[in-house]
Write a protein of this length. Structure first.
Length: 224
């Protein structure tokens, strides 16, 4: 593929246009896994999807690694699909931004109330960096605030709890995941670039009685 000005950009030197493939994996009511890579057929068509990204002229792709599938038990990893997807990125000239956790956990870990997830996630991040040493860009945990909010404050996903205590516990556990995974990856990739994402929202009070609640929500959104 001819080199375009876009392809010559480096994320640590300036602006680059990126895209991503939807890869959410939360569990919902009844413990059902909502795996968007499966729902969209990406597991079967990953090479075609990645090739089409390349054909668009977009070089940087935030790419979700299916944590719930890769980490089948403590310290045990199945890289079969990830190996093929990462090789496809290299073959098509795509620079992956490795998205290591996107709204979901392996079934055996339960949910974001589990204080053990940070140690497990740190080990998984280290194993990924060891296996793919050429990957430099990472989003360790996608949208930490949304993950905790939807799982433990609004009750949509995963633990489906609705309390300040559950939300705080989830937020702390997710924060520990990010910190420990960052430390593990930087040991192997000191020049690693970490691209954090979270929601960009604003609560508008519809009448005077909602001003206090809107103010609280507008502060809460920065907690991640």
């Amino acid at each position: 593929m001819p080199t375009s000005p876009l392809n010559r950009l480096e994320l640590d030197q300036g602006f680059a246009l990126c895209t991503g493939i939807e890869c959410s994996t939360p569990t919902i009511e009844g413990g059902r896994r909502m795996d968007e890579l499966e729902k969209t057929g990406h597991y079967q068509r990953f090479d075609q999807d990645i090739r089409m990204v390349s054909e668009l002229g977009v070089q940087y792709l935030r790419y979700g690694i299916p944590f719930h599938q890769v980490c089948s038990s403590p310290g045990v990893y199945d890289w079969n699909f990830t190996d093929r997807a990462m090789e496809s990125c290299r073959r098509h000239g795509i620079v992956p931004i490795a998205d290591l956790m996107h709204f979901g956990l392996p079934d055996w870990l339960g949910n974001y109330q589990n204080s053990a997830i940070a140690d497990v996630f740190g080990g998984y991040a280290r194993a990924f960096a060891e296996r793919y040493p050429w990957v430099r860009y990472y989003t360790l945990v996608n949208e930490p605030f949304v993950t905790a909010n939807f799982s433990a404050r609004l009750g949509y996903w995963n633990e489906q709890q609705r309390s300040p205590e559950a939300f705080t516990r989830a937020m702390l556990n997710i924060g520990r995941c990010i910190v420990q995974a960052h430390q593990e990856v930087r040991r192997l990739r000191p020049d690693g670039i970490f691209i954090q994402s979270d929601s960009c929202e604003f609560a508008h009070p519809v009448d005077p009685s909602t001003v206090s609640e809107a103010s609280f929500l507008n502060e809460l959104r920065f907690i991640g």
